[in-house]
Design a protein around this ligand. Structure first.
Ligand SMILES: [Fe+2]
Length: 177
């Protein structure tokens, strides 16, 4: 799909963190999202575009609220690329992170959280720049991410890493999860 290459290109030139962390996060979210989509169904094109574009608004706002900006930017890009209108509407809904009745939106939220847990470099950056290396805050963000993964088999893919991280940040979760 030609459009895919164009979306990837758009995502790759965006940098809201040093180095390549931004697009690596987006690509990792895509990897997990497609894995979930294969098992759960849903529209593959929507899942892929939403995963790649879900954080593009962070180039303008690195705080809550970037979801709306991301959705607008994605809509503009995809319309320009001639992406199917109905699919664009779904992508926009996914990226807004408000309505989780759509399977694709649920897949995106789970995949985003899986990527946060499985990306040590991204975590390091986020912990340092956003959470000021506060162990309690890091642990609580990780717990939030883990709780937002709603599919059992998705949770099982990241649980070892999650538990290791929790121990590292001073929380003994034992067999709680
Ligand atoms: Fe994200």
């Amino acid at each position: 799909m030609k459009i895919r290459k164009k979306i990837e290109g758009y995502v790759k030139v965006m940098k809201w963190t040093q180095g390549d962390l931004y697009w690596k996060h987006a690509f990792m979210v895509r990897k997990f999202a497609l894995l979930l989509q294969k098992q759960l169904g849903g529209d593959r094109d929507v899942v892929e575009a939403a995963a790649l574009l879900h954080d593009v608004g962070k180039k303008e706002l690195l705080a809550p609220g970037h979801e709306k900006i991301s959705a607008k930017l994605a809509e503009k890009l995809l319309s320009g690329l001639g992406f199917n209108k109905e699919k664009i509407n779904k992508v926009v809904k996914c990226i807004k992170y408000q309505n989780f009745r759509l399977l694709e939106a649920r897949i995106l939220r789970s995949a985003d959280s899986m990527a946060l847990i499985m990306d040590p470099k991204g975590q390091k950056w986020y912990s340092k720049h956003i959470l000021r290396n506060n162990k309690k805050r890091i642990a609580s963000e990780l717990k939030k991410s883990f709780s937002e993964i709603e599919f059992g088999f998705a949770k099982s893919l990241v649980i070892d890493t999650f538990q290791k991280l929790m121990r590292q940040f001073g929380e003994d979760v034992g067999s709680k999860y």
